[in-house]
Design a binder for this molecule. Sequence first.
Ligand SMILES: Cc1ncc(COP(=O)(O)O)c(C=O)c1O
Length: 470
Amino acid sequence: MKRYEALADKIATLIRSGALKAGDRIPSIRQASARYSVSPSTVFQAYYRLEGRGLIRARERSGYYVSDKAPRLLPEPQASQAVATSSDVTVSELVFSVLESMQDTDIAPLGAAYPAAELFPLEKLAQSLARANRHVNPSSSGANLSPGNEALRRAISLRYMTSGLSVGADEVLITNGALEGLTLALQAITEPGDLVAIESPTFYAVLQIVERLKLKAIEIPVHPSEGLDLEVLSEALKNNTISACWCMSNFQNPMGATMPDIKKQDLVTLLGQYEVPLIEDDVYGELYFGSTYPKPAKAFDELGLVIHCGSFSKSLAPGYRIGWVIAGRYQERIRRDKLMTTLSASVPAQLAIADYISRGGYDRHLRRLRHFLEDQQALMTSAIASHFPAGTKVTRPRGGYFLWLELPSNIDSLALYHACLAKGINLAPGPIFSATEDYGNCIRLNYGQPLGQITSAVEAVGKIARGLNQ
Ligand SMILES: Cc1ncc(COP(=O)(O)O)c(C=O)c1O
């Protein structure tokens, strides 16, 4: 990251956290240059960027000020109140109907699980795919069976190494998106009827997989900024035989929480005491705001009990369906299960992504994507503050592309969902994120969408929500 970008991020964080408020004067170029030990031109470039993002503005002969348009902070929702009791999981028809409505391209996709396609380097990827197809030797497909294409596994390993996590290419197993890795992982470590600790609220696919594998779930509450409640998990481990724990340690879907490193370490230690494997779903890790990649829990795994799952679906190539698993002591079992189910991930898609990464530019794309998402989050937060009913609470994730909203308690998010759908806007209603269909007054919104669409769609949803808040 360039120096001016790091400085811009530092000041943006002060503004977004509320430490600097609308109208506050920020240091002059000369003051900032001395305070942050950077050249005046670095400060100038940083301020130029912040101005472009609508966070500050220059007043003639008077300096730089935090813009009135900088996002107003709304209160954060409380930690979820899930009660840790075990239950069978039956995913309602609702999840399927919400998923179907997301496939309708005429509908504003505030409920979508992926960012808009135009945010990805599709043309460059297509060139890589064409190159890969030109050079692919059909007789080499055997070499790309599980664990997968070696160049791609090396590229993934290198990315972990440069962020301080030692993962060898031979520890990486390529899968059809993270979802296949997660499913294979859960299948490898459980038998039907076993109990699995999951987050609440959680990504609805977790519920679908738990149901399909005929497992039981025990829901552990999530705090909106710090993630899984370890005290409740510890009690649950004491009082139940739990076979696995599934957790999104970074930018949890839907709450956006990222566990602090120390908490990730405590989680790994706690589960280690009970020899319970952790399935770590880290598909959003690359989409951090600010300057540092948040470590995965896998970084603290000394026993080989953490099965870490990643993916290019959210950061580079949504439709290519390429993810990976780093499974510690379960690696060979999962590799064999994969060979017995889908054999390998698509060879051209693996080669295309390996080719794209080898040409450089992935980090540049990610930097651009992260800045875009951070700006869109600010825009959406401002629009929510302006248009949603008083009493609305919203999360403040430091990465990813979801906001989780807690609406006044008399608003039924399903009624809101149906009313919005009728107006051509899709959102993700709270009950699809829990086995017990809680979160009846919560919604998840996706801000990974092109600029213009967000504010008008949020304004329309806010208006309908105000109508339901009578
Ligand atoms: C938390 C989480 N895990 C996994 C996935 C699926 O990832 P992939 O598309 O790589 O299968 C998603 C997609 O929505 C997700 O939100």
